[in-house]
Design a protein around this ligand. Structure first.
Ligand code: MG
Length: 470
């Protein structure tokens, strides 16, 4: 990233959030309010092209666009996996899901009959912040284990309000296929007997998903107001726009982009509520807000499944559309507005938050995330040069710098055939973000370099108990 054109904002911000004091003052001697608050807004299956500022021509997202104009739009930001459960494990632990047993080739995510979950020995963002004086709360979709000891409240969140797994699970009516799911959406929400939980108790079943975006938001707003005098982490993980789609009365037929557009515009409203709340409480300048998605759009559901923009592929696969997600950082007065084209991943959030909150990472485990605060503040170079594209337990592709090599490919859903590529398919993503033009034949030395990265990486992966197959 280029140096900031004006370093004043960034440097003032660093000082006011306590970075400078890291060298001399232990965390427990400083005022709690010196530490920044963190809010992660995470959507489910929103595609790279589903936000106005990321190029959607008919979905209106003024609040998300505002986050981009006042903050940073990250154009090359990735998730840890292209489906829900492993992606969320990566976000919350700062580690590739293979390391916690949260990746499988047989069952790609957790289901209502699953017995596993994120192991209690994993340290989530919530846990490490909570242990260091933060207040913590989550509203929304968890999907890291719905039985004790895997619930949010077992993993560092003081409070939880949301659904424990995907909104299309616990089907009561057979709704496979686009037309059946479309029929079951909205008016027939009982087709999915999904529980709504508060902490570790089910409080409503089936969850009335027509109002779910609104209720998650109000819960997050309440927690922000409750926590405002202490440092806090709020994780707002919308269960939409994962199909089946739902929207509240006020958002019926408001979008030119149809039902899917209505759902995104309601999520945009939700983002506005969060930003407004921070401003009303006078804590916006001490709160970093990050917006991103857990994986790409679910293309098999056609117009109800979102839009990946110029990227190839979708949810479930290892082409860019499955794992590059629309990402925004907002922190008024602290980060300089920019379009950031550096690499980043959701796994980088845990080490970055810890750096900003002056917390040491555990030294008994491998972290796959990096502290990317030098990129955010324009104070240094990006520690990340490599992105791994796992499908289940296997590395299908690796990006190093501008280049991405696909060793294996497989259709996202349906056809179970894995194609092995030797030499791998090779794309220059800076020049060819749509992965159209294979340049392997002309670049054997780049392929050799990426193969070495693969070998070295695989040597760091230690087998652990598989949580998705229990
Ligand atoms: Mg998802």
């Amino acid at each position: 990233m280029k140096p900031l054109s004006s370093g004043i904002i960034a440097m003032t911000g660093l000082l006011s959030v306590g970075i400078a004091s890291q060298q001399c003052t232990p965390a427990d001697e400083r005022s709690k309010t010196d530490k920044p608050n963190f809010i992660v807004i995470f959507t489910d299956d929103m595609g790279y092209g589903d936000i106005g500022v990321f190029g959607h021509p008919t979905i209106k997202t003024p609040n998300l666009d505002r986050m981009a104009y006042e903050g940073q739009k990250w154009t090359q930001f990735y998730v840890a996996a292209s489906v829900c459960t492993p992606s969320r494990a990566g976000l919350l632990t700062g580690r590739l899901p293979i390391r916690s047993g949260m990746a499988s080739d047989r069952r790609r995510v957790l289901f209502p009959d699953s017995n596993g979950g994120l192991p209690p020995g994993e340290i989530t963002i919530a846990r490490i912040l909570r242990e260091n004086g933060y207040r913590t709360a989550m509203s929304g979709k968890w999907h890291l284990g719905h039985k004790s000891p895997f619930l949010p409240t077992d993993h560092g969140f003081e409070t939880y309000f949301g659904i424990p797994y995907s909104n299309d699970m616990d089907r009561v009516l057979e709704t496979r296929g686009v037309s059946q799911i479309t029929l079951a959406e909205e008016e027939n929400f009982e087709a999915y007997n999904v529980p709504l939980m508060r902490d570790d108790q089910i409080i409503e079943r089936p969850a009335d998903q027509r109002t779910i975006t609104k209720r998650y938001t109000e819960e997050a707003v309440e927690r922000i107001r409750e926590f405002k005098d202490e440092p806090f982490f709020v994780y707002l993980a919308h269960s939409l726009p994962h199909i089946p789609l739902f929207r509240s009365e006020e958002f019926k037929e408001v979008s030119l982009a149809g039902f899917y557009g209505d759902v995104i515009e309601e999520i945009d409203w939700s983002v506005g509520r969060i930003l407004e709340t921070l401003e009303e409480e006078g804590i916006a300048e001490n709160t970093m807000v990050i917006f991103t998605s857990d994986n790409g759009h679910w293309h098999i559901f056609e117009t109800h499944g979102g839009f990946g923009g110029l990227l190839r592929g979708a949810k479930g696969g290892t082409f860019e559309g499955g794992m590059r997600v629309p990402t925004l950082f907002w922190w008024p007065g602290q980060i300089e507005p920019d379009v950031v084209m550096e690499l980043g991943t959701t796994m980088d959030l845990l080490p970055t938050f810890c750096k900003l909150a002056d917390i040491d990472l555990a030294d008994d485990r491998i972290y796959d995330g990096y502290d990317i605060s030098p990129v955010i503040f324009g104070t240094g170079s990006n520690p990340r040069d490599i992105v791994y594209f796992y499908r289940g337990t296997q590395v299908f592709a690796i990006r190093k710098g501008s280049y991405k090599a696909h060793f294996k490919t497989r259709p996202e859903y349906g056809d179970p055939t894995t194609t092995i590529h030797d030499p791998p398919l090779l794309y220059n993503l800076d020049i060819d973000p749509s992965e159209k033009y294979d340049i392997a034949d002309d670049n054997p030395e780049i392929i050799a370099e990426i193969k070495k990265v693969l070998e070295e990486h695989l040597a760091t992966v230690v087998p652990v108990e598989n949580q998705l197959e229990k």
